[in-house]
Design a protein around this ligand. Sequence first.
Ligand code: SAH
Ligand code: SF4
Ligand code: F3S
Length: 445
Amino acid sequence: MSQKIGRTPMACVVTFGCQQNEADSELIRSMLADMGFEFVPKPENADLVIFNTCAIREHAEMRAFGNMGQSSHVKTANNSAIICVCGCMAQQAHVEQRVKKSFPYVDILFGTHALWRFPSLLYKKLTVGKRVFDTAGEGVIIEGVEPLRKEPPNAWLSIMYGCNNFCSYCIVPYVRGRERSRDPEVILSEFKKLVDAGYKDITLLGQNVNSYGNDLDNGIDFSELLRRINDIPGDFRVRFMTSHPKDATKKLFDTMAECDKVCKAIHLPVQCGSDRVLDMMNRRYTSAHYLELIDYARSKMPELTITSDIIVGFPGEDEQDFEKTLELVEKVRYDSLFTFIYSRRQGTKAAVMPDPETAEDKQRRFDKLLALQNQISREKNELYMDRVCKVLIDGFSEDESYTYKGRTEGFKLVHINGRPDLVGTWQNVKINRTSTWALFGEVVE
Ligand code: SAH
Ligand code: SF4
Ligand code: F3S
């Protein structure tokens, strides 16, 4: 492209969705950098724009379509700019059709399985000139492309791709394909490189990390992988997401408790407190089993931070079911919760289930759950008052009264005052204020 425009070409990668998509964008940036691109933060200043999209809820899709729509301005400003759409939304046939028909200025569309073909798709567009669409393939693992990550101290590391669970509401298995685990040796060597490069808080990524290794025949399951990572020398801590309660075993919690570099923090999405709804969701555990897991985990790690996802308004969920969710939340007392109102996803099992409850009723339940959790989060954070926490400072605070921000081992956000040049360092921070969302404090020696 540089030959065509006579200067260094500029790219902008806009990412929607979860950490998996963020990790994919790091791969895309790496491929772009290899092709000679540099990066700009705004699409309107770029010669090539990539929208890496998410399909998890309708709202995510609307945002992506909105951004794609606005990208027509990029073409007005720069006629030769190239617009690409990729990610989970792009993997769906109905989205491909809609982009073909209604978004003529999108030059390249590629699905999650075609990610590694991006350089050849771009070459095709530049040489042949026609629009390029590629949503083919499945079951690939991309190796050999080193992600272009953000500066230390935080990094993501994908250990597996795809999902086999087919929770009845969820689009992920349809757009990400079946579970496939990366080779443990490749993961360990990438992890060591990250530690050597100064990364100190590394998150292992997968839709269901607890089934890591099920598709490999080497006897290394997720607990074993964690142990091997824990044995890597260096100044780091490791966390992981996401864990599915049906596969989270006592062995996993024992391993977490025994490994000093594994954060005592777990994101264990429960989705709902009613067994009837859990069954319709195809989650394959009961609320009693879930509570048993939590009790066991806490007995091994009294300091464990626990977070979760909950969907309100699943088709057929009634007031009694919802009350059971509230009961479960009161029993567990999560550190924080991600709450969602059910969103119908075309092609999933739940999309054709009768859904008699009104949007107003669902919203009312959602608000009630949020209010309960906010109170619990506030009370849980208050327990940190006057305590000294080990915090990894990872950047500057957006709160004007504080200099830095960082995270505790339990991934609690801390706003901090302290002397200059602390980004990327561990500090002992004395907490002197707390809120529903964060802790606040001063560095102490
Ligand atoms: N693999 C992870 C997370 C997947 S998506 C897991 O199994 O937990 C993150 C969260 O989005 C899910 O946990 C769920 O709470 C929510 N979600 C997924 N599909 C949804 C839908 N159709 N409507 C509303 N929320 C949804
Ligand atoms: Fe979706 Fe369920 Fe897979 Fe998570 S485990 S990605 S919610 S199908
Ligand atoms: Fe969205 Fe795909 Fe992640 S649908 S939540 S970006 S796996």
